[in-house]
Design a protein around this ligand. Structure first.
Ligand SMILES: CC(C)(COP(=O)(O)OP(=O)(O)OC[C@H]1O[C@@H](n2cnc3c(N)ncnc32)[C@H](O)[C@@H]1OP(=O)(O)O)[C@@H](O)C(=O)NCCC(=O)NCCS
Length: 143
């Protein structure tokens, strides 16, 4: 059970394999474990938010030229809405800029749209579905 104080978090680079349990538990618990693996995971930068050695949230960044995409952003359910996602996404924004990207985008679950708007991201596509879950592409410039 999480305590009520905001956790002290450190963000570290992790392996793709370390992201899989949280990707699966938080994002796609009804799908097979293999479903959460991304074809080019080996080319990504994977960040984990830790409290001590406990992994509480993950996000994966992929940079292709000046386009940076993040995927599979997930915080453990008992640690959501306590600022951890904000720290991780700020890290991704900094890293994407450092790597020369000028645009940051993601396929956003509409459930999380208001979270992304806090970071200046806006919908740039129509709504589409992955299974039963509605999404839109969200994007912002990094300049
Ligand atoms: C989306 C997610 C990664 C955000 O991480 P988080 O640690 O919960 O986010 P934070 O606590 O930093 O949120 C910052 C603010 O945004 C709000 N917020 C968080 N998730 C939100 C959501 N889904 N919708 C609207 N607001 C949200 C928080 O309440 C907080 O508001 P406050 O500053 O007024 O307290 C996390 O909630 C999560 O894993 N959700 C389930 C999976 C998911 O939807 N992933 C994204 C798929 S595209």
């Amino acid at each position: 059970m999480a305590d009520s104080l905001p956790p002290t978090i450190t963000i570290r680079l992790i392996t793709p394999e370390q992201t899989y349990p949280l990707r699966h538990a938080v994002l796609w618990p009804d799908k097979p474990f293999e479903y959460v693996k991304v074809e080019n995971d080996s080319e990504g930068y994977h960040f984990g938010a830790f409290r001590a050695d406990e992994l509480l949230a993950v996000i994966s960044l992929f940079v292709d030229g000046n386009m940076a995409r993040f995927r599979k952003f997930a915080a453990r359910s008992d640690y959501q809405r306590r600022g951890i996602g904000t720290q991780l996404l700020n890290q991704v924004i900094d890293e994407a800029r450092r790597l020369g990207a000028s645009t940051l985008w993601c396929d956003a679950r509409l459930d999380a749209a208001d979270f992304y708007r806090r970071f200046g991201m806006e919908a740039v596509s129509d709504v589409f579905y992955k299974g039963a879950i509605p999404y839109a592409k969200f994007s912002r410039t990094l300049l």
